[in-house]
Write a protein that binds this ligand. Structure first.
Ligand SMILES: [Zn+2]
Length: 247
């Protein structure tokens, strides 16, 4: 396979990987993963991602951003203040102020990306329509919508805008995303794991070596071979993230 897999959205800098990172990286490369787009959620993680890029320059490509939900000390999450992405899940962003704050930070990050001519890696939950609307209004051209779970009609607006979608192994848990996967052209689909979250089993740490599960599932739903899905999704990923391509 020419390209191998590209994990377009993972959190390899997460605490969950601190203890056995080398083993995880070994399994990642053994599984044929060529590139990890290492997404941050908080400013405190930026240095760690840069260190990881230093340690694994052929594998790790940093992707800096601030998640719309932030940990407030403990395990509890709240909206980022003043707030890449929008997460309007009612129990996470209960007030209009929360949603406004997220929007402020979202637009700010979109503008930074435009200024630096960089693609954006978007988290959107319970906010698909407004996310895509905001992005098109802001003139965003290069974007990945990670773990998208909006309506197929909303997804088609994003396809028209030229945006891409990535799906983690969690899509194999049930058939909820099948319609969406069938509707989105393969040229707009990438693979991701969102490790350590969104694995096949909710209670087990996910890792990038599981990316083949997403590939096989998308292939099955679309009636294509896993090889085709692997090749086309990798081409899509490097088209969107050209700086991540090492060879
Ligand atoms: Zn994520």
């Amino acid at each position: 396979m020419e390209y191998g897999f590209v994990d377009c959205h993972c959190h390899i800098s997460a605490r969950e990987f601190e203890e056995d990172l080398e083993v995880v990286i070994h399994r990642t490369t053994e599984a044929g993963v060529k590139t990890l787009i290492a997404v941050t959620e908080e400013v405190g993680e930026f240095d760690r991602v840069l260190q990881l890029q230093d340690s694994y320059p052929d594998l790790v490509a940093p992707c800096f951003g601030i998640h719309p939900l932030q940990h407030s000390g403990g395990a509890e999450q709240r909206s980022v203040r003043p707030p890449i992405g929008l997460d309007f899940t009612p129990w996470c962003a209960p007030t209009q102020q929360d949603r406004d704050d997220q929007m402020t930070v979202f637009v700010k990050q979109l503008n930074i990306a435009k200024e630096l001519e960089l693609p954006v890696n978007i988290h959107s939950r319970s906010a698909a329509k407004v996310t895509i609307q905001t992005m098109t209004e802001q003139g965003v051209k290069h974007a990945l919508l990670h773990n998208f779970a909006g309506k197929p009609s909303t997804a088609l607006d994003a396809v028209k805008a030229g945006y891409l979608f990535s799906f983690p192994p969690a899509v194999c848990r049930n058939q909820q995303r099948d319609k969406l996967i069938r509707q989105i052209p393969l040229e707009h689909i990438c693979l991701e794991t969102d490790s350590p979250a969104l694995g096949l089993d909710k209670h087990v740490r996910n890792e990038p070596s599981n990316i083949a599960l997403s590939c096989r599932y998308i292939a099955h739903v679309k009636g294509l071979s896993p090889q085709t899905v692997q090749l086309v999704t990798a081409q899509n990923a490097y088209r969107l993230f050209p700086k991540a391509k090492r060879c």
